[in-house]
Design a protein around this ligand. Structure first.
Ligand code: ZN
Ligand code: ZN
Length: 250
């Protein structure tokens, strides 16, 4: 009888088995040290661009990628927890497309920990997730960025403003598009929501799951700025790895 109950519990709370990524026994809801090490190894020899947070191969130090030098993003700083590669890419895929919404807890915790480490004395007035279009939301059942934003807001005790931004245009998947195509794809995709009024002159934290070309985030920042938001900082679970060189320098 006892084992039947235990089995039932495991069915209802599959995450209680241990690490939500590899299933190793350990603290429930937490990514195990083994998986964290795999993620850390991915960042070996890479440093984040001091502006956009995308990873670059190089030495520790001040470094701005060529894209940010040519076209400085409107936000203050963007950072990602880990490079969007291999196992991190897989984990994001499970989270986003396979209904693994419970991954928002350990992922959000990692993002909150990075924020505390980066900005120990900076306060934010609100956490704003990158919104999904209503049709996509119905299809998927949840907005992964909003789940992450919710966890971060709770841990850091910052108000969550889920409706500061609205997605009014459905955009095709960005994965096969170039940077220019992504930017065009995102044009007029967002408008400020009613909660944006509360954020005039304020410092907000914009949350997305992945930062690759930054087209989505840049468009969101433009809309927030047009609504009078003071400063935007960006946090993502994963940030892309810059492999290409500036075509003008090649
Ligand atoms: Zn694990
Ligand atoms: Zn950059």
């Amino acid at each position: 009888m006892l084992s039947a109950i235990t089995g039932l519990k495991a069915l209802i709370f599959p995450e209680s088995k241990g690490c939500p990524l590899c299933g190793r026994r350990g603290a429930p809801h937490q990514i195990c040290p083994f998986c964290l090490q795999v993620w850390a190894d991915l960042a070996e020899g890479l440093v984040p661009c001091t502006k956009c947070g995308r990873f670059y191969s190089g030495q520790e130090g001040e470094m701005i990628c060529w894209e940010c030098r040519e076209d400085e993003p409107q936000y203050m700083i963007s950072r990602g927890v880990a490079p969007f590669e291999g196992p991190v890419r897989e984990a994001v895929h499970y989270f986003k497309f396979c209904g693994r919404r419970e991954l928002a807890y350990p992922f959000g915790e990692l993002m909150a920990a990075l924020l505390v480490q980066l900005f120990p004395f900076r306060s934010f007035s609100a956490v704003v997730p990158v919104p999904l279009h209503i049709n996509r939301l119905r299809e998927r059942g949840y907005n992964q960025a909003a789940l992450l934003a919710g966890v971060i807001a709770r841990i850091l005790k910052i108000p969550l403003q889920e409706e500061a931004l609205l997605r009014v245009r459905e955009t095709p998947s960005q994965t096969s598009l170039s940077r220019q195509e992504r930017e065009a794809n995102m044009k007029n995709a967002f408008i400020p929501g009613k909660e944006a009024l509360l954020l005039k002159g304020k410092r907000v934290l914009l949350v997305d799951d992945v930062y690759t070309t930054g087209a989505t985030v840049k468009e969101c920042c433009q809309v927030l700025a047009s609504a009078g938001v003071g400063e935007v900082y960006v946090i993502a679970l994963a940030a892309g790895v810059v492999k290409d060189k500036n075509p003008k320098e090649v």
